[in-house]
Design a protein around this ligand. Structure first.
Ligand code: 5GP
Ligand code: ZN
Length: 116
């Protein structure tokens, strides 16, 4: 899929509306449209990378930025002390539905383990 057909690239471009919680030069974050917890935010790179399988050494810093942005947002949302979960799904068995990598930040309730 090219980035022109990508839902999350369209959210970044503003072609589709999103409830945006964070933006910088490289990273974009917004509330999930179908939240699975009281706080459910998706943190994505502005650069189109379809799956984590497509990442390479050139993306090391960018992938680190996703995690550190999740940390900042988790603190801002009041999740840091009680805790939260960061998840990145990959391909069919991982349950990936949108092929532009995204880090799920889930919190605001106790999350069960193992996941389904
Ligand atoms: P995945 O299953 O690929 O890891 O997660 C995709 C996530 O994107 C899902 O949690 C889904 O609810 C969310 N999502 C899908 N379409 C939209 C949309 O148009 N807007 C927003 N904000 N979230 C979306
Ligand atoms: Zn994309």
């Amino acid at each position: 899929m090219s980035s022109e057909d990508c839902l999350f690239c369209q959210l970044i471009n503003g072609d589709i509306k999103a409830d945006v919680v964070y933006v910088d030069d490289d990273v974009f974050a917004f509330r999930d449209i179908n939240p699975q917890a009281p706080v459910h935010i998706l943190i994505i790179p502005k650069q189109h990378i379809a799956t984590i399988n497509d990442a390479d050494d050139s993306h090391t810093s960018l992938l680190g930025r996703l995690v550190l942005t999740a940390q900042v947002i988790a603190k801002r949302e009041g999740l840091a002390e009680n805790g939260y979960r960061l998840v990145m799904n990959c391909n069919q068995d991982g349950g990936q539905a949108v092929f532009h990598i995204h880090l799920h930040l889930l919190g605001g309730r106790a999350l069960s383990w193992p996941p389904g």
